[in-house]
Design a protein around this ligand. Structure first.
Ligand code: PBG
Length: 326
């Protein structure tokens, strides 16, 4: 008895590319860029090998490096010169992101996306305005509705500086609607919103919080970010953001949440983005350093799996390395 159905026939070198179902290209990728108002020199980010915080004056050079690899889109994160209770440097006209974006938009052809959140800008490190007794009572944290205007102002100030797209990541209920309204009133009706619609309260953000100096001073983010145990809730978040006017829906993190990427893909007709987060990047680097994994192969396979799960675009710290190889 011989098998009549032989999938191996389609695995020769000649035919494999012809029957390949998914591919990854540089045009799918967004490279995160960190701009730091507290330094005059580039500072290596220890937990994210190969990444640096760059001073505002080098933002354009940094983006040119990304473009040289074939990646055409960047996500700009800022580290402000000072922090306060309400994150006022997030929406300042001369804030770190606003200054960097003005230069990048004027001097490069990159598609510029900005992260819209307050956690890097508040002295307590939470993603919005705090309840009065939050530090004493860990069940209290961010005041949802008071945060909406600040997010909207931040997004408008980014668009005003020349951002092509804004990406709110604070998991504030109503954030997409508030930002859409703010942008439209400020005559930025053409600026799309990529919502971090489905953002889990994940331990995989550790290295980023070092990189962007955005760890909460007390408590955690489980009162506003999603419980990793939940799947149906992801669809609810995605639907709400789509109804409020989101143009792209993001799922974050990526690898541990591929089922969610697939769910959102199947339930929405909007483009879906996956965020291959800092912890996913750091763990492959750590294993590769020890000679336990091949870095490029595992990075490529990770990103390909996100495409296969249904992501149209991927935000990843591997963007430049992978694009170079593609
Ligand atoms: C800001 C923000 C975070 C990340 C992206 N935007 C931090 C957080 O929510 O704690 C994490 C990205 C990563 O880990 O790569 N709110």
């Amino acid at each position: 008895m011989f098998p009549t159905d032989r999938p191996r026939r389609l695995r020769t070198d000649g035919v494999r590319p012809l029957v390949s179902e998914t591919d990854l290209s540089a045009s799918d990728l967004i490279a995160p860029v960190f701009v730091d108002a507290t330094t005059d020199e580039r500072v290596a980010i220890e937990s994210m090998p190969g990444h640096e915080r760059v001073p505002v004056g080098e933002a354009v050079d940094r983006v040119e490096e990304v473009l040289a690899t074939g990646v055409e889109a960047v996500m700009v994160f800022g580290i402000p010169e000072s922090k306060d209770e309400v994150g006022s440097r997030a929406y300042a006209e001369d804030g770190v992101v606003q200054r960097a974006v003005r230069d990048i938009a004027a001097e490069t052809d990159a598609y510029v996306i900005t992260d819209v959140c307050l956690c890097e800008y508040t002295d307590h490190g939470h993603c919005g305005v705090l309840e009065d007794d939050a530090a004493d009572d860990p069940t209290l944290t961010v005041r949802n509705d008071e945060t909406l205007d600040l997010l909207s102002n931040t997004a408008v100030s980014h668009a005003d500086a020349g951002a092509d797209m804004v990406a709110p990541s604070s998991m504030t209920d109503g954030m997409v609607g508030a930002i859409r309204e703010g942008l439209d009133e400020a005559r930025f009706a053409e600026v799309p919103i990529m919502s971090y619609a489905v953002k889990y309260e994940s331990a995989f953000y550790g290295p980023f919080r070092d990189a962007a100096d955005g760890a909460p001073a007390f408590g955690d983010r489980r009162h506003y970010q999603m419980d990793p145990a939940n799947r149906r809730e992801a669809l609810r978040e995605a639907r709400l953001d789509a109804d409020e006017g989101a143009d792209v829906l993001m799922v974050k993190p990526g690898l541990p949440y591929l089922d969610i990427v697939r769910d959102v893909r199947e339930h929405s007709d909007l483009p879906v983005a996956a965020y291959n987060v800092s912890g996913e990047y750091a763990m492959l680097h750590a294993a590769a350093d020890r000679g336990w994994l091949d870095l490029e192969e595992t990075a490529h396979e990770s990103l390909l799996s996100m495409k296969r799960a249904g992501a149209d675009l991927i935000l990843t710290y591997f963007a430049e390395d992978i694009a170079d190889r593609l």
